[in-house]
Design a protein around this ligand. Structure first.
Ligand code: ATP
Ligand code: MG
Length: 354
């Protein structure tokens, strides 16, 4: 197993994506103070599951996201991917190359991936347990830590050596097994207690058993009685059921008769409705005729008035003419008298002439 590559974006001072290829022969990363060398080890420690912001030299986890500079806006995401060669299957996973990725957003959400598959932080910690690469492993010793290790307590030092020697895993398993054993012993003790208690209960239980036996016999008797009672109930109910059934049949027949009567009545209603409709229509027609006749009557009434007027005039004319006739007749009489006078004159004259 060896470290192949580290890809970082948005982590601490690395605003741009950087990829460090640890090709064969690379033994050191050098640079001026503050250029980001320690940030590279921080990135490795973080991707391997470091949870403490303080040991990444920050106040809170958000501080590891690129905070912006004079020329660049701050970022909202930090992502680190560590790629390891696993040709020798040193890591207990069936891949020749293993990459672990960790992402954190400013909102606090975070993601972990092994070979691009989402996983839990625990999966990553388990993967590296006893590999010498864990977040607390001796393979990462930060600036100033060497001294701290040398001066730390013998117990703390021991755990570093245990991790390096790969026995931590077995120690953890042993602890688990011991816990289980302890639990089992505890359970056994409890079983023994219960047994002891039960022994004292044997005599009272015997009495209870004989009562229970009695009870069972009585219960059986009761069952027989109940069965007989139920049979009687069934018979009675069956009788009632038969009568009700007949009633239902009768009611059904009645219903049938009623419904055919209703149908006949409905047909009649329908028929009457048709007739009413026809009558309505003829009433409409008659109304139409009545209207036309009234109009005609009105016209004739007008004409009658005109004729009345004309008749009145004619009567007047007739009277005038009759008057004229009388006058003419008087004139004729006068003229006839004149004529007779004139003829007498003429005759006298003739005689005279003769
Ligand atoms: P030295 O040689 O002194 O140990 P170094 O090369 O290890 O220096 P680092 O400590 O890795 O340098 O880098 C420190 C730089 O990273 C500082 O300039 C600091 O401003 C910058 N830095 C740390 N966190 C962030 C962040 N969240 N956003 C932007 N810059 C950051
Ligand atoms: Mg440094």
């Amino acid at each position: 197993m060896f470290l192949k590559r580290l890809d970082v974006i948005g982590f601490k001072s690395f605003a741009e994506r950087i990829s460090v290829d640890f090709v064969k022969g690379v033994t050191a990363v050098v640079g001026p103070n503050g250029s980001g060398k320690s940030n590279i080890t921080d990135a490795i420690r973080w991707v391997l599951g470091e949870q403490s912001a303080r040991s990444l030299r920050g106040g809170k986890m958000e501080d590891i996201i690129f905070a912006g500079s004079d020329s660049r806006k701050r970022l909202n995401l930090a992502e680190v991917t560590l790629t390891l060669d696993n040709d020798d299957h040193f890591l207990p996973i069936d891949f020749h190359e293993v990459s672990v990725t960790r992402r954190v957003y400013r909102s606090g959400e975070s993601e972990f991936l092994i070979n691009n598959q989402p996983c839990r932080l625990k999966d990553i910690i388990d993967l590296f347990m006893d590999s010498g690469l864990g977040k607390e492993a001796f393979s990462i010793i930060s600036q100033g830590k060497v001294e701290e290790i040398l001066s730390s307590k013998a117990e703390d030092r021991r755990s570093i050596f245990e991790e390096a020697a790969g026995v931590l895993k077995y120690k953890t398993r042993k602890k688990k097994a011991e816990n289980k054993l302890f639990e089992t012993q505890d359970n056994l003790n409890r079983v023994e207690d219960i047994l002891h208690e039960l022994e004292g209960q044997v005599e009272p239980l015997k009495i209870q058993a004989s009562i229970a036996k009695d009870y069972l016999e009585k219960k059986k008797e009761l069952e027989h009685v109940e069965i007989a009672l139920t049979a009687y109930d069934i018979e009675e109910l069956h009788g009632k059921w038969s009568t009700l059934k007949e009633k239902v049949q009768l009611a059904k027949e009645e219903e049938l008769a009623e419904s055919s009567a209703i149908s006949a009545k409905e047909a009649k209603i329908e028929d009457t409705r048709d007739k009413i409709q026809a009558l309505d229509e003829s009433v409409d027609e008659l109304q139409q005729v009545l209207l036309a006749t009234s109009e005609e009557l009105e016209k004739l009434e007008g004409r009658k008035e005109v004729l009345k007027e004309r008749k009145k005039k004619a009567v007047q004319n007739q009277e005038q003419l009759e008057e004229a006739i009388v006058q003419f007749q008087q004139k004729v009489t006068v003229l006839k008298e004149e004529l007779a006078k004139q003829e007498a004159v003429f005759e006298t004259l003739q005689t005279e002439v003769k």
